[in-house]
Unconditional design. Structure first.
Length: 693
């Protein structure tokens, strides 16, 4: 018999009584009965019976809530339980406040309450179980849907991780009889990959008995042979004689996890071919290079561009082009070795990384098989389309051991293969003299900063609700004396590689904040966004750098937004988080740029002091009702809102795209359809004449 005498000690503050508080807060309906009178009812029971206040039930007879036909049976079962007999659960129809009834199952258990014998009633609503049992006979799919919306699972674990109690919802969530779970080793139900973290989390709970703990997200086996993802919340009551265990509340989050995994998969794979996209392919390349450095093996890298593919797109349309790409992607997968990785880099460009490639002959043999596969005609709509391919080839470490360098060299070799029509071209020093080029760019970039060749233009950020200008993003351009204007993508990667991002960032901040200060003095309610690279973000003097720029300009720091790419935030998450928190404390905002193209963890994202999420233009450009990109965009908007953030879509180029994003509830937008980058002196005038809706 459970001794719950502590529940009703005279003079005891209920709020400070852990057992009573636990019973009151449990999601399972609970009542304590003395005689037939209810002396304690929890919120779950009140909700079940349609009462807003549990105290309204206390003092009333339990039999008041039992239908007349069941009253005698309930009375007899309560008396038997009070006499110490074991009473099996029974179904009873009980009355709700609105006059309706509901079928429940009650389990009476004798306890001590205020020094007297009482009964603890564990009451279970059988509505969901009855629906689930009926659905199981007709539809397994319907059963799965009910499982995902089942009640919380509650289990009590002993110090040796044995289950001493399992709530009835175990039958819905795990398809397991709760009674049969009693005595089971809880770890035997946990996925092998999650056992270590589950044990570590449990030991932490046992070591700290004074507070509740969030447990790990774990996979638990079902009786049908599947796995369910559960989030847990545990309270250590091993020291309490009334409980003697760790009480674990678990929520079935399988649907959420599967959705997150699907979203992550879509963000890291090409939607047309299913192949790794550039981000994931780059990671696979770096992994192969790291393994090669350790083992001394050669790593091969191929890049191919389809010949005459533009003719297919221009003549037959993008739908035919997409079918050709999908077919050739399938052929590539068959042409390479089992351990090789094929990725779609963009457009009609594909790449292959060959771990443990052996020698150049092996890599070239794979390249020749790919050429043969691409040379075979593709049938589309009764037409035989011939495209062919040109392939560049590099080897690591012969041509370098840095992924970004190898990608540039293989790209240069590929274009030489296309120009010379040789099919396969191996990288050579003549393709890209990387060292000399970097030295030239380094000198020119330093001079550009010093000689005023850099200029800032500002692209509007507009509300998608009414078209109002809410801020701008500062974009830096290089007015090269010989090559003309060069956009950010044309020189910022080199600036980052050459260690010039610190002076470049200082210059852009100075220009942008000076303009922002002027606007604030004129009473204009605008924000200024400035892009921050990974190198700048992780610079130990970055916070000081921003502080100095703000102080020198006199601008309001609360109107400054620093845009950090998803990749930059994840490279050194601890360093990123420390710098971002410090600047956020000064009122500076943060935006995650290019969201969906990097490797962020959704769990880690909510820890960042971020107020805005920018949907990458690669998704926005291919929006359409029912498209995978539409699913991603809508999911990112929902994710941002659920995390209390603003959602901004970049790359809005058409009215149709704008209308779709507005229908998703996206808050802000950027793109040439809304406003092109312009000199700072033109922003105010543009805003006055900009369209509203």
């Amino acid at each position: 018999m459970v001794d719950a005498g502590a529940l009703g000690r005279p003079g005891t503050d209920v709020a400070s009584d852990p057992v009573r508080l636990l019973l009151c807060e449990l999601s399972v309906p609970i009542a304590v009965v003395v005689g037939y009178r209810i002396v304690l009812a929890n919120k779950a029971l009140a909700a079940l019976l349609g009462w807003s206040d549990p105290s309204a039930l206390e003092g009333r007879s339990l039999l008041d809530f039992v239908q007349a036909g069941d009253a005698d049976g309930v009375r007899e079962r309560l008396e038997r339980a009070l006499a110490g007999e074991h009473v099996e659960p029974a179904q009873v129809q009980v009355l709700r406040a609105d006059g309706s009834s509901v079928v429940v199952e009650g389990s009476p258990m004798r306890i001590r309450f205020n020094g007297s014998s009482a009964l603890l009633l564990d009451i279970r609503d059988l509505t969901l179980r009855m629906e689930a049992q009926e659905s199981l006979r007709s539809s397994e799919a319907r059963w799965r849907s009910l499982v995902q919306h089942g009640h919380d699972l509650i289990v009590v674990l002993s110090a040796d991780l044995r289950i001493t109690y399992a709530s009835p919802s175990a039958e819905v969530i795990l398809a397991r009889d709760p009674a049969e779970l009693v005595g089971t080793d809880a770890l035997s139900l946990v996925h092998p990959d999650d056992v270590a973290s589950a044990v570590e989390s449990f030991l932490a709970r046992v070591a700290d008995a004074d507070r509740a703990h969030h447990g790990n997200r774990v996979r638990v086996s079902t009786a049908t042979g599947g796995w369910r993802w559960l989030d847990t919340f545990a309270t250590n009551l091993l020291h309490d004689p009334d409980v003697g265990g760790v009480i674990v509340n678990a929520w079935d989050v399988t649907g959420q996890v599967e959705h997150e995994q699907e979203l992550l998969h879509l963000a890291r794979h090409d939607n047309l071919t299913g192949l790794p996209n550039r981000v994931l392919f780059s990671e696979r390349l770096e992994r192969a290079l790291a393994e090669g450095r350790t083992s001394g093996a050669t790593t091969g890298l191929l890049m191919l561009d389809l010949d005459r593919f533009k003719d297919v797109n221009d003549t037959l349309g993008h739908e035919s082009g997409d079918r050709v790409l999908a077919e050739l992607a399938a052929r590539l997968a068959l042409a390479v070795r089992a351990d090789d990785v094929v990725g779609r880099i963009g457009g009609d460009e594909f790449a292959v990384v060959l771990p443990d490639a052996g020698d150049a002959a092996t890599v070239e043999a794979v390249a020749r098989r790919i050429l043969e596969a691409c040379a075979e005609p593709v049938e589309d709509g009764g037409m035989l389309l011939r495209v062919g391919a040109s392939i560049g080839m590099v080897l690591a470490p012969e041509h370098g051991n840095e992924g970004s360098l190898l990608l540039r060299r293989v790209d240069a070799a590929m274009y030489r293969a296309k120009e010379t029509r040789v099919g396969v071209a191996v990288a050579s020093e003549g393709d890209l003299d990387e060292g000399r080029r970097r030295l030239e760019v380094a000198g020119e970039l330093r001079n550009a900063i010093e000689q005023g060749e850099l200029v800032c233009e500002y692209q509007p950020k507009c509300s998608l609700l009414d078209g109002r200008l809410v801020g701008v993003e500062a974009l830096v351009y290089w007015d090269h004396p010989e090559r003309g204007r060069i956009g950010p993508d044309g020189f910022l990667p080199d600036a980052e590689h050459l260690g010039l991002m610190a002076p470049l960032t200082i210059w852009v901040l100075g220009e942008a904040l000076a303009l922002l200060a002027t606007w604030v003095e004129e009473g204009r309610d605008l924000t200024m966004a400035v892009n921050v690279s990974a190198t700048a973000l992780h610079d130990p003097h970055f916070v000081e750098m921003v502080d100095c720029a703000v102080a020198a300009s006199g601008a309001d720091p609360t109107r400054l937004v620093l845009e950090v790419t998803e990749q930059a935030a994840m490279i050194q998450p601890d360093v990123s988080l420390q710098a971002m928190i410090a600047l956020r404390e000064r009122g500076i905002g943060f935006s995650i740029d290019d969201f969906g193209t990097g490797q962020s963890s959704l769990t880690y994202l909510h820890l960042l002091p971020v107020q805005e999420v920018k949907i990458d233009r690669s998704f926005v450009a291919r929006l359409g009702d029912g498209s995978p990109e539409a699913t991603i965009a809508r999911s990112v908007v929902d994710l941002a809102h659920n995390l209390g953030m603003t959602a901004l879509a970049e790359g809005i180029e058409t009215e149709a795209t704008l209308l779709l994003l507005r229908s998703y509830g996206c808050d802000l937008g950027q793109g040439w359809h809304l406003g092109r980058p312009m000199p700072g002196s033109e922003v105010v005038g543009w805003s006055a004449g900009a369209a509203r809706w």
